[in-house]
Design a protein around this ligand. Sequence first.
Ligand code: FES
Ligand SMILES: [Fe+2]
Length: 356
Amino acid sequence: MSKGNFRTKMYTESGDLVNYWYAIGELKEFKKNKPQQRVVFGIPIAVWLNEDGKYSAILDRCNHRNAPLSEGQIVDKCIVCPYHGWVYDETGQCTSIPSEGPHVERIPNKKVESFPVEAKYGLLWVWMGEEKTPSREIFPMPVMDEHGWHYYYMKTEFTNNVTDLVENFMDVPHTVFVHKGWFRDRKQVRVEAKVERTKDSVLVSYDQPNDSIGFSSYMINPKKLPMKHTDNFYMPNNTRVDYIFGENERGFIISSTCTPRGEFDTMVYTLISYKFGWMTPLAKVGLNWYTRKVINQDVWIMDIHGKNVQQFGETEYRSTQCDAMHIYIESLREHAAEPEHKNKPKPIIKDIEFWI
Ligand code: FES
Ligand SMILES: [Fe+2]
């Protein structure tokens, strides 16, 4: 496939990281015949929903004089450039040029780049790969259809990069500082965990059956059932944090998928899934407020952290045992970005201990 000039530096330097599906909005954000712009790897994309319920996504740049197509209108399922009215179908093919009247033979055959899109799990996803036939599945957002579970999405802008964000979502030690009094308090208890790196995931399981998180003890776990806590990362941009009480009697799962708009500009879609027994229907309002409060604490620390990373870089990090999962995440993402320069990370399992 020929390389057009729309590929940003960020895109071309991302290697295999572009060959995945990225979330670009909750389905409820897209109204029929109202095109919108989304940005992934710094590339602006015009997205629209047709009359017949089909989504389309093409580069947000008219072939004529580069005007943004997302500012145009949808007519007969096609997008019409707001500047001189060139018309493009869902494949990016120009089908009409008003100033050429009936002369369709004068339409240039160069298409505007198009991108596969798919609606799934309440989100719209775009395939950013060079090859237009997706070679991978959309990340499976968990338990949406399982009995007893309720869920909602939160959409959050972070001024940091995907690697540091997924590490933050998988990071236990920060909870007693950044979320002090809200999620966990510092008690200097010893924590053991098993950290496993596979070819495309980092899986962490904690041995802390008596741990409690935020509201959990009085709201979701009144019987003080043992808690199973796992933090998993799935390439290249997804995390899933599970707190399961008893034998799946109750639970709280936080799943996040990160969409890089720019190097330090990331949109995160967080699916909060919860099963609190008879409390479940009552929980939504309080939980919404609580989870927004906690995420905003991460927005803050990720903002000031991101500014310092831009100032000082990331090459001088010092790590301890509790950073094992972060080092594994970095190894997978860095190898995907530069397969010819980085050694392929091997599967590994490591037992660690730390204090929180
Ligand atoms: S810039 Fe789009 S029609 Fe002229
Ligand atoms: Fe956090």
